[in-house]
Design a protein around this ligand. Structure first.
Ligand code: BES
Ligand code: ZN
Ligand code: ZN
Length: 465
């Protein structure tokens, strides 16, 4: 893909935006309702008009989705080079231009590795706008490319994106001078006492890995943010095996780790003045005679003993050891984790909004706003003492599933478990992306089917706002 900005369209295929009721720019027989498109041919030129609906309801979100629809139409018409025109005068700003660029780039994505006949794709996009510099457009391109990379990782086979593979990706990211990397292999995980990550990974021929990437863009600042991603490369459920209907998509269970890798890629590519530690906690939750057993107790890196009440609640175990390790060795001021942690969050918020939990109102607020801005939306859920209470074990210190009735507050109690592994002075937020990371339905707007890349732009926005 090649992109540029221009002051005048240079290609024969244009993508234009139309507001409903905009008499001056109206297109014959086109109402310009939101999510509608019409294609017009004018001599050599093809114009794809995307409806934006009413001016009063048109937001960045509308424009992002419209631009994505426009680019998909262009691909369908087998166009290679496309000019994306400015948004209408009535809604023209740098935010609108940004949304159009993001929408077009995110919408241009397709995963065709396993298609013998590759679908037609747009290979060059020109953005005709004065609202944004070519430098800014290029930065957006770099960020969207990082989201594509995250999508690619989530979409590929679980037998390809193994813990070792993800750790190798971390190492590759650290080829950039701005990033250093530490990788714990299965021996180190066991020897150093990351007993929970070890328990989750031990049943698999694909051994576990913990990878930590440190990006030091601002040595003068004490602010250091650790971003931790759940990297369960396949979640079979373990001995508490998942049934058909729930297991088929479980290669997506490393989407948090994939988003962290995407974010680190964006950092090396865009070099902001920040300090970030990216952590991926990777294991294959296998079923088999070497897999960990329900009822057993394992000791975490933090020293807490955890009774395994369900081997399918593995993500919190992998995260707990990663939290303890990164806090001890990297001393971050903030910890933010991204995890496809619970089915319950899908029940509560569906597949377009992620669950947000935090021990800091300020951090929750900032993340919420980043979500509104990027379209990767978050909604905060509570965390109270009774939830923490329900995670106490009679047999050991903690249990990995709650004592509450089956199905009660599943996302909250998972977050309550994680909270036990966060230091009192650390600002922490947990983002449950089980619903948003993997789209089982049809593509909508800039969100493709399957891996969505959720979290990369959100975290970038939070970090750089
Ligand atoms: N990886 C799953 C959560 C998940 C569900 C992700 C649907 C994506 C889509 C997680 O490890 C899990 O199995 N959670 C259990 C926890 C339960 C055993 C307490 C759940 O949510 O059912
Ligand atoms: Zn599970
Ligand atoms: Zn899982």
């Amino acid at each position: 893909m090649k992109i540029k900005t221009a002051s005048r369209p240079g290609s024969d295929t244009h993508i234009g935006f139309v507001l409903k009721g905009d008499m001056k720019n109206a297109i014959k027989d086109f109402e310009a309702e939101k999510d509608t498109i019409t294609v017009r041919y004018k001599g050599k030129r093809t114009v794809i008009y995307c409806g934006l609906g009413e001016r009063t309801e048109c937001t960045s979100r509308t424009i992002r989705a419209a631009a994505a629809a426009g680019i998909k139409k262009a691909a369908e018409l087998k166009r290679k080079a496309v000019s994306v025109l400015d948004t209408p005068v009535d809604c023209r700003s740098d935010a609108c231009a940004r949304a159009a660029i993001e929408g077009a780039l995110l919408g241009a994505y397709s995963f065709s590795k396993y298609k013998s006949k590759k679908p037609a794709a747009v290979t060059g996009i020109e953005f005709v706008t004065k609202e944004i510099s070519s430098q800014e457009a290029n930065d957006i391109f770099r960020l969207c490319r990082a989201a594509w990379y995250t999508r690619d990782l989530v979409n590929d086979n679980a037998s390809v994106t193994t813990p070792e593979h993800l750790a190798a990706e971390a190492r590759a990211i650290a080829a950039d001078k701005s990033v250093s990397v530490e990788i714990l292999d299965e021996r180190a995980i066991r020897k150093k006492g990351l007993g929970l990550l070890w328990a989750v990974g031990k049943g698999s021929p694909y051994p576990p890995r913990l990878a930590l990437m440190e990006y030091k863009g601002d040595p003068s600042s004490k602010r250091k943010i650790a971003v931790v991603g759940k990297g369960i490369t396949f979640d079979s459920g373990g001995q508490n095996l998942k049934p058909s209907g729930h297991i088929e998509t479980m290669r997506c269970d490393m989407a948090g780790a994939a988003a962290v890798l995407g974010l680190m890629r964006a950092l090396t590519s865009l070099k902001p003045k920040l300090n970030v530690v990216g952590v991926i906690t990777c294991a294959h939750n296998a079923v088999g005679s070497n897999a960990y057993f329900p009822g057993d107790v394992y000791t975490s890196y933090a020293g807490t003993n955890v009774e395994i009440t369900n081997t399918d609640a593995e993500g919190r175990l992998a995260l707990a050891d990663a939290f303890a390790y990164v806090q001890k060795h990297y001393r971050p001021s903030h910890v933010i984790d991204l995890a496809t942690l619970t089915g319950s969050v899908v029940m509560a918020l569906g597949d377009t909004v992620a669950g947000l939990f935090a021990n800091s109102d300020a951090l929750a607020q900032s993340l919420y706003h980043a979500g509104e801005k990027t379209g990767e939306r978050l909604w905060r859920l509570p965390l109270y003492e009774e939830h923490s209470e329900s995670m106490k074990s009679d047999h050991a210190d903690l249990r990995n599933t709650s004592k509450l009735k089956r199905g009660y507050a599943g996302s909250i109690t998972a977050a309550a478990f994680l909270k036990e592994f966060v230091g009192k002075k650390v600002s922490w937020a947990h983002i449950d992306i089980a619903g948003t990371a993997f789209n089982e339905g049809e593509a909508r707007g800039e969100v493709p089917k399957y891996g969505t890349g959720f979290g990369v732009r959100l975290l970038w926005e939070y970090l750089t706002a």
